[in-house]
Design a protein around this ligand. Structure first.
Ligand code: NAD
Ligand code: ZN
Ligand code: ZN
Length: 383
């Protein structure tokens, strides 16, 4: 089958690879109808992780079940399903507690597995024609049959739940004010989720115009950090007040004002968003941090950043009594409810999707998405 294969930094190609097989009675094989490119893929694409050439990318996958192993009970051939990016067993201690992003079974020696991702286990990615899904009853979320809401449902694999997770980690409540840093797909979903949860005002900080426009479209307030310190800008419009809750949807590849925003450049300031959120969130507030931070970064801007050690103002955080929550999203905590909001017409997250292309167009799409140019915000590949 055809698949998107990582070759070297800034290069993927569409190659012929082995077809996936049922290797355990709990497996299913899914024919992929939609697989999204994620900001998380770009960390690998830019050579900012330990990913080796040959890895098939793709952790945001949706499709039709083609084949099931003899132990799969509830999922059937022909079912339309979306898979959380987390691969999870459903029965380890962490899965039983709902923390499916920290499954201890699917990636031995580590807590957490994912498809097509470095260090996340042997699971081959779904930017391909077919994909093997282990523990298929647990890992396939059933969807209404047909083709309706394809893009909305595809976002249930990662970014809609992850944005919602950001709001959950920050504990966003009705009437509260929220600042979201990053208007990438995750930031836009965090802003959208905060509004769904009843936030009274959501400010979204970025410097990519098309992305800030999307934030404004959904009723958030766009703040361009190239036009001045975003903390001051938010406080100015709020007559000096900060916000109740903050969400970091940028992560360790944060850049400073005026930079080109392409990863790997020297204007990267990995701690800038964390420190700005500590300044901006009011005392007793909370920070949700779905943006990715890594314990080892081959392209880190200095020795400390290379081992994930960042200088953050912990004294100020303590003084203000702020709480913070971090980590990969436990997609299964949210995906069924968010699916039902989509089905009922109460949520329409596909406003974030900018491009839908074939698998063969993946190399060009990666290049453009990486440069955040031509309005590339979220790309869905249709194998
Ligand atoms: N926790 C999880 O489970 C999970 C899941 C998916 C993605 N992620 C992570 O979330 C982050 C965002 O993902 P994405 O797909 O939206 O990525 P993205 O790279 O498309 O978006 C990041 C955005 O941040 C903006 N940005 C850069 N520096 C900034 C700054 N100083 N202030 C404000 N904005 C700034 C960029 O311009 C860009 O638009 C990534 O780190 C990704 O790895 C985490
Ligand atoms: Zn993703
Ligand atoms: Zn588990």
């Amino acid at each position: 089958m055809k698949a998107v294969v990582y070759q070297e930094p800034f290069k993927v190609s569409v190659e012929s690879v082995a077809d996936p097989k049922i290797s355990h009675p709990n497996d299913a094989i899914v024919r992929i109808t939609s697989s999204c490119i994620c900001g998380s893929d770009l960390h690998m694409y830019e050579g900012r992780t330990a990913a080796q050439p040959g890895i098939v990318f793709g952790h945001e996958n949706m499709g039709i079940i083609e084949e099931v192993g003899p132990a799969v009970k509830d999922r059937k051939v022909g079912d339309r399903v979306v898979m959380p990016f987390n691969v999870a067993c459903g029965f380890c201690k962490n899965c039983l507690n709902g923390f499916t992003a920290f499954c201890t079974v699917v990636n031995p020696g580590f807590a957490g597995g994912a498809y097509g991702y470095v260090a996340m286990g042997p699971w081959v990615g779904g930017q391909a024609e077919y994909m093997q899904v282990p523990f298929a009853d647990f890992n396939c979320l059933p969807l209404p049959p047909g083709t309706e809401h394809e893009a909305d449902y595809a976002l249930l694999a990662d970014i809609f739940p992850t944005g919602y997770h950001g709001a959950e980690l920050a504990g966003v409540k009705p009437g509260e004010t929220v600042a979201v840093f990053g208007a990438g797909p995750v930031g836009l979903m965090a802003a959208y989720s905060s509004l769904l949860r009843g936030a009274s005002e959501v400010c979204v900080v970025d410097h990519v115009k098309e992305r800030l426009d999307k934030a404004e479209e959904i009723g958030a307030v766009p703040i361009n950090y190239d036009e001045g310190n975003p903390v001051d800008q938010v406080k100015e419009r709020r007559s000096g007040d900060g916000v109740d809750k903050g969400i970091d949807a940028v992560g360790y590849q944060a850049t400073s004002a005026g930079s080109s925003a392409v990863g790997g450049e020297q204007d990267e300031v990995p701690n800038v968003v964390l420190n700005q959120l500590i300044e901006l969130v009011n005392p007793t507030g909370a920070l949700g941090i779905p943006g990715l931070y890594v314990p080892s970064d081959p392209g880190g801007v200095d020795e400390n950043a290379a081992r994930g050690a960042l200088l953050i103002n912990f004294g100020r955080l303590f003084e203000k009594g702020l709480r913070l929550g971090t980590g990969q999203c436990n997609v299964k905590q949210y995906n069924a409810h968010l699916r039902d909001l989509i089905t009922a017409g109460r949520a329409k997250p596909d406003f974030v999707v900018s491009h839908e292309v074939s698998l063969d167009e993946a190399p060009a799409a990666y290049e453009k998405f990486d440069r955040r140019e031509d309005g590339y915000t979220k790309v869905i590949l249709h194998p």
